[in-house]
Design a protein. Sequence first.
Lengths: 435, 185
Amino acid sequence: MPTLPRFLCFVVCLLIVAFRPLPVAAQGVPDVTLGVTKTAFAKIDILVGTLDVLSGGLAAVEAAAALERTLSRDLEYSGLFRVGSGEQPAPAGDLNFEFAIRGSVEGPLRDAQQTGRDAPTTVSLDLVTHPGGQLILNKQYRPVPDQLRTTAHHFANQVVEMLTGEPGIALTRIVFSRGSADRRDLWVVDYDGESLLRLTANRTLNLCPAWSPDGSEIAFTSYQNGLQGLFSLKTATGEVRRIIAQEGLNLGADWHHTGRELAVSLSRSGDPDIYRVSPQGEILHRVTGLPSIEISPSWDPSGRDIVFTSDRTGTPQLYVIGSEGAGSRRLTFEGRYNDSASWSPTGDNIVYATRETDITQLVLIRPTGEERRLLTDWRWRNCEDPSWAPDGRHIVFASDRTGAFKLYVMDVVDGDVRQLTFGDEPDITPAWSRN
Amino acid sequence: MKVMGMNPRRVLCFLGLVILAAGMVFATGCGKKPEPQTEPEVIVEPVTETIQEPVVPEVPAEPQPLVDYTRMQPSEYGIEDVYFAFDRYDLDDRALGVLTRNARILKDHPEVIILVEGHCDERGTVEYNLALGERRAKAVRDHLIRLGIPTDRLRVTSYGESRPFALGSNEQAWAQNRRAHFARP
């Protein structure tokens, strides 16, 4: 029966990832808490109980363990909870649990074992008050082994949304560019660092990916015969099509929340300017028209304004402009080099990269230009290409603190950081999916 | 002299060893004659020769009628790259000299189409460096046009910081990477 060994392998992999010691190079910086003012945000204490195994033997025991582990991690990664697990109800000392998750795992069912690895498990998960045990939420799932993580992610999102009103990010993914010199491919990884997958293999540079709002497409910049174009990759099939390939730069796409257009930088008229183009590549509107560099557009979540970079004054600075090209205003006045703005999906923040001397750091600012604060410091070496999670609380960015650029996720509210990708090859220009 | 004052027993022992060693060498030498001759020569490979030489011979190849320049990299017929200062895209005197020589070569080979690639050092952001790289490439293209090279023979692209020529985070590597490179499209 091939099911068990394979599944064991899967679980072992999960275990390895879950309990992997901290990356060696990360030891250089003892505390990952950065220059962020810790807010007195009250996290919710929640207990992830040991799931009952009703039947199914070892496979079910392992499925239960995988579910608990993924659930705990999801809740922790949301930044909204302090999580205790079944065996150690209060690892951090005095957690005062208000809620608990409990449930059961059943199967795989005897008849379904005939179908090998596709045998589904029956999973029932409850969110209850603690210690009262009052039922708040119940969900039933029938996942095959490959879907166990998705099952946990789904329930974690339900819990987050029910208890905080915030959208959960446990099912989100991050696309990025990996490689060096002649070849950089697009890769995608789950928000928790699992399920790493390469998307392109076209022996050229593939950069600056951007998710369509429904996640069905990824727009990105690539090269054909040495010339740049904007392309789109269907996430379901891997099929790539050209959106637009004008002379010069075809760069930095960002999808409008309707999915009906993209903001992009084209240098067809000499210097790069911001344009709005349809997903089919028609130019809908030229937003800027100055003889300077205008690049790196990012929509505000309402889809009315665009933040972008312009060096019209001699240094790259951020500006906000209406999508029709009216009402341009300068956003940044500090620093001689500001770029790579990303407008938070909740609308209340813009994150960008600033270069001082030779080091690039991340900055958070209000769309009004107020409350500028540095998110990183020199210990992080360069931090670039920030992109928001749909919760407006987490960002992913690239940093070369360990040598090669790797991806990190930061909670901008409490400053917690975790490394998302590992290995020697540089990872750059990450983009967090919209849902 | 103390050097000569060696223990005679030691000297004997040493001599004995020398004789023994010589005997062994002789024995093995006689034993298998055809083999060992090939080996020693391979070891004497000079390591220095593998170092990459970016500069191309100044003599732009002899006039050989069969050479197809459109199939060669521009550096192979004497076209040189142009370098830039940090954050700059203006052409200094050295760059102008290089472009003057490049233009003369390009005029001698009117069949050649050239791709001018703009490159940047690793400092700064991916996107702004792509824009800066394009400015560098266009500054070079525009000057070549002023020197009489037809526009349709010159294409422009930018790789920003994505394709460094030299690795390393120091001024030496950075200076190598701030350039306009000429390539076959």
